[in-house]
Ligand binder design. Structure first.
Ligand SMILES: [Zn+2]
Length: 156
């Protein structure tokens, strides 16, 4: 499918073509978008929960939280707008009652990040079984983010 909405009539695009198009338009550095409904990320998304800085790897998604975009019906422009907003300054977000989006400068990076986000969601879910997990500070996550930039995290 092209960014102008045209596509080969013999091939139907994903029902979520709107957020794929809108993320690509809003974020020129993004070259690939992975959208999936993995169990742990989706459980948190059902609960409307973001992923807080429970582990330093939260920084790989670009900030101190992985936001959860508010619910809107799948395939709608409203969902696309929520997703673009939740991704501001970030490379991943959850979608309430739906799933997750991870983006990157290549498909392999976006896929790597999607797996990392699901791992973080699983770790956070596990911590919540034990109690209320302590969080890393915004300052510490920023420090980690800057270190990662120089250490080639998420590089192939
Ligand atoms: Zn979906």
């Amino acid at each position: 499918m092209h960014l102008d909405g045209n596509h080969d009539p013999s091939q139907r695009p994903s029902s979520e073509w709107r957020f794929h198009r809108d993320i690509l338009k809003a974020r020129p550095e993004v070259q690939a978008i992975v959208h999936t409904h993995p169990p742990y990320s989706t459980m948190l998304a059902i609960m409307g929960m973001e992923i807080p800085p429970v582990h330093y790897m939260v920084a790989v998604a670009g900030g101190d939280t992985i936001r959860c975009a508010p619910y809107a019906t799948f395939g709608t422009q409203e969902l696309s707008e929520h997703a673009v907003k939740a991704l501001e300054g970030r490379l991943a977000c959850l979608l309430e009652h739906h799933g997750m989006i991870a983006v990157g400068t290549s498909l392999s990076k976006a896929m790597w990040l999607a797996v990392e986000v699901e791992t973080l969601a699983r770790q956070y879910h596990g911590c919540l079984q034990i109690g209320t997990p302590p969080l890393l500070s915004k300052e510490e996550i920023e420090k980690v983010r800057l270190r990662m930039a120089g250490y080639g995290y998420a590089e192939e």
